[in-house]
Design a protein around this ligand. Structure first.
Ligand SMILES: [Zn+2]
Length: 338
């Protein structure tokens, strides 16, 4: 029977298996670089690690050799700190990068934002970036199997429903305990929710305590999610228990470095949520004990002198399940979407 006839009789019989939505957590040793590849092959990179060859090279390698990309279609820098925007200038020389998104340029530049890195970003983007605000969507242009949506729920210091310039500290709820106002660019991080069918993924950049609380009260703006990229590399200045409780993540992934992030209080907060034993880390935290680290099978890199192993998340074509893989450890675990 010829292939054309077979296809006419039972369409799908000779089609390839449906593709997954893949998310790669690339090791930048305490920076951030999260690469999303849709089933249609459209790609989005969130943050680009530190400046120099190391992180740009690592991102390019995962993009080209592991994900099979020839370009990165969209790039979001959650905020302007060196460990998030640092790699884009070099990366854009290594692989074409399409659309650029950020929370807006700052004038005058605050002391925690580096002018050279900002200039490198503007040069890479050809000064054609889009500033997003809470409530915006960033659209993927190619259709995927299940409905795919990326919604910004905070940016520039405002959460959905607030105007730009809203106060950072908004008293709310019976146990409200604010921290000192965070004047750094962390508080302006782009925070988004990616949904694919029933699957939900939260990436909050380096959002800090007061802003995190605003996401939960008076309204729970994110809702419960399946996977939480732990805020701010797992530092204790972020990851307010109210947010972790509101997100109720089944899986938490910490993009920490060997001596940055993955701190004990955050680890304890995560363990109290439903994330429990489903915590994954890019690095073992060398500064805390085994009890404050995920099981070795869930840690991509054990030593400081590492091979930059990544963590991969694959969401089934129908969005009903997802698999976390730590390739360097041979660890694979599948979860049902909530
Ligand atoms: Zn950071």
């Amino acid at each position: 029977m010829c292939a054309a006839l077979l296809y006419a009789l039972c369409p799908g019989a000779i089609q390839a298996a449906p593709k997954t939505l893949d998310i790669y957590f690339i090791d930048t040793e305490g920076g951030a670089a999260t690469l999303i590849v849709t089933p249609a092959g459209e790609s989005m990179l969130i943050d680009s690690g530190y400046p120099g060859e190391r992180d740009a090279g690592r991102i390019e390698r995962v993009a080209r050799e592991i994900a099979g990309l020839r370009q990165i279609d969209h790039y979001i820098t959650t905020h302007w700190h060196i460990d998030h925007v640092g790699g884009i200038g070099r990366l854009a020389q290594l692989i074409p990068v399409g659309n650029y998104y950020d929370h807006g340029f700052l004038d005058p530049l605050p002391p925690d934002v580096n002018k050279e890195l900002m200039d490198a970003y503007r040069q890479a983007s050809g000064d054609k970036s889009r500033a997003v605000k809470a409530g915006d969507e960033i659209k993927f242009s190619r259709r995927s199997g299940a409905p795919l949506r990326l919604r910004v729920i905070a940016a520039g210091g405002a959460v959905i429903g607030e105007k730009p310039g809203a106060p950072q500290i908004v008293p709310c709820g019976p146990d409200f305990k604010p921290e000192k106002e965070d004047t750094s660019d962390n508080a302006r991080s782009i925070v988004f929710l990616l949904t694919y069918g029933g699957f939900k993924f939260f990436d909050g950049g380096d959002l800090t305590w007061n802003m995190e609380h605003k996401l939960t009260c008076p309204k729970n703006l994110a809702g419960a999610v399946d996977v939480f990229q732990v805020n701010h590399h797992g530092l204790d200045s972020s990851n307010h228990p109210a947010l972790v409780t509101a997100l109720k993540p089944r899986v938490a992934i910490i993009n920490n470095g060997p001596r940055k992030g993955g701190q004990a209080r955050t680890f304890a907060t995560l363990k109290q949520s439903s994330a429990a034993e489903h915590i994954y880390q890019l690095h073992r935290n060398m500064q805390t004990t085994d009890a404050d680290n995920a099981p070795p099978s869930h840690i991509a890199n054990d030593a400081e002198d590492c091979k930059a192993e990544f963590i991969k998340l694959s969401v089934a074509a129908n969005g009903k399940s997802y698999t976390v893989t730590v390739p360097g450890k041979g660890t694979t675990r599948t979860y049902q979407t909530k």
